[in-house]
Design a protein around this ligand. Structure first.
Ligand code: SAH
Ligand code: SF4
Ligand code: F3S
Length: 444
């Protein structure tokens, strides 16, 4: 009987794509996915270490698998991804029953590790970095979860050095894929019936394929938008310092490129941005936003924000709030600063107490909810084109997304799942819109 595996994924979209590559690697070797971890012979946790909470979540989960391993001694438990890279053998101190530890650049080598692992026979550890000398990131088998939407690797790693961030340590320096390879994969995905692709890289717009004729990110995006069959193209995350006029021009002129940009700001205070080493000021960032707002296409903007970075005064925090009000983000992911091992920010004075971080986060999230409600209210009565993903959480209605990333819930037949629908907006909340499905054709 084929051996079964189960992968639990933590962290960002790159990690979700890595899990699909790991599943591809295992399926190619005659393994099969299990319905639940407790039916699997091999349980893999693909982990994140961007904040301490992400790491603690993995340890808590490992605790649960310890009991499973006691019941079934032959189960292989693996810890993969960013936390594995960062914590290394330390994981074995807290969870000695772990059989495999491998970093995030090992998606296509997992089967080899599984095969060599012997439960209770000592952990197999592969934390070598492919950083500079390793092979370019090529296509491997990928077992995708969603039949319509696919992530596509543009680059791996990150060559920036934000003082709070572990990603350059876990994923190494930036390595890019050739534009030829990327476009070939997109063509293949289109032929397989995918309608939406998400171009992925930690600073996706720093892309430059010198060997392929100096194809930069704007050019790559434009070429991707020419692939027949792909209706929507998204990308994440662009870095403000690499934002170019050309990129904006492509977003404006290619309808298939979604009219949404996730542009992480992190802070609205130039002093804090400098301490974070983000490479731009508040004014630089607002200038980019102004260009986006002035462009002849309605482009929604979302962001990431960190509160309570060391040295963040009440005034710096106010600067973040006023920036949020100025930009009027369509959505924002906000986090309390989490001190990370071996990062430069550990040496910065002025730690903000945890209660104060929590207070700032609550204030910020409340403001952001108000902004989102105000924005979403303006959608009342409009007719939007929605790609239908499936059943909403309520299970009563369908749910989908617009090009500018608004979630729209509405009643309709299940046959709409996996296709576009026109929906008139009849209600709103801070996080989603409600609407009714229009049978007839035609946008307003
Ligand atoms: N490459 C992306 C971000 C990747 S990490 C970029 O630069 O935009 C995703 C988000 O996690 C970051 O945007 C940041 O807001 C948050 N983050 C990273 N390190 C953090 C830390 N030490 N504490 C709190 N949040 C952090
Ligand atoms: Fe981390 Fe900064 Fe790189 Fe983003 S750009 S992954 S925040 S170092
Ligand atoms: Fe986490 Fe690694 Fe992504 S640290 S956010 S899984 S790059």
């Amino acid at each position: 009987m084929a051996k079964k595996f189960y992968i639990e994924t933590f962290g960002c979209q790159m990690n979700a794509l890595d899990s699909e590559k790991i599943a591809g690697n295992l399926c190619c070797n005659a393994m099969e996915p299990a319905e639940s971890p407790f039916e699997a012979d091999v349980v893999l946790l693909n982990t994140c270490s961007v904040r301490d909470r992400a790491v603690q979540k993995v340890y808590a989960r490992l605790g649960e698998f310890r009991r499973y391993k006691k019941m079934r001694g032959d189960v292989v438990v693996g810890v993969l991804g960013c936390m594995a890279q960062l914590e290394g053998e330390k994981i074995l101190k807290r969870a000695p029953y772990v059989d495999i530890i491998a970093g995030p650049q090992k998606s296509h080598a997992i089967y080899a590790l599984v095969e060599r692992s012997r439960p209770s026979g000592g952990a197999r550890i592969d934390l070598r970095s492919d950083d500079e000398s390793g092979p370019p990131i090529e296509d491997g088998p990928t077992r995708r979860e969603n039949p319509w939407r696919a992530g596509v690797t543009v680059s791996e790693g990150c060559s920036r050095s934000c003082t709070y961030c572990v990603v350059p340590k876990t994923r190494g320096k930036e390595r890019i894929r050739s534009s030829r390879n990327i476009l070939r994969e997109i063509e293949k995905l289109a032929a397989e019936g995918y309608v939406e692709i998400m171009l992925l890289g930690q600073t996706v717009n720093s892309y430059l394929d010198r060997e392929g004729g100096n194809v930069d990110f704007a050019e790559l995006l434009w070429r991707a938008a020419q692939v027949e069959g792909i209706e929507r193209i998204r990308f994440t995350s662009p870095h403000p310092s690499d934002f170019t006029r050309d990129l904006l021009d492509v977003m404006v002129s290619c309808p298939r490129v979604c009219n949404h940009i996730h542009l992480p700001v992190q802070s609205g205070s130039t002093k804090i941005l400098r301490a974070m080493r983000r490479g731009y000021t508040r004014e630089d960032y607002l200038e980019i936003v102004q260009k986006i707002v002035n462009a002849p296409r309605d482009i929604s903007i979302s962001t990431d924000i960190i509160v309570g970075f060391p040295g963040e005064s009440e005034r710096d925090f106010e600067d973040t709030l006023t920036l949020m009000e100025t930009v009027r983000y369509d959505s924002a992911f906000s986090f309390k600063y989490s001190p990370r091992p071996n990062t430069e920010a550990l040496d910065i004075d002025g730690a903000v107490p945890d209660e104060e971080k929590s207070r700032r986060l609550t204030v910020l999230q409340q403001r952001q909810r108000e902004i989102q409600s105000r924005i979403n209210q303006t959608y009342m009565g409009r007719i939007l084109e929605v790609f239908v993903d499936g059943r909403a959480r309520s299970r009563v209605s369908l749910t989908g997304r617009t090009g500018n990333n608004k979630i729209v819930n509405f009643d309709g037949p299940e046959t709409l799942i996996g296709s576009f629908a026109r929906v008139r907006i009849t209600g709103f909340g801070p996080n989603s819109l409600k609407g009714s499905w229009l049978h007839e054709q035609g946008l307003e």
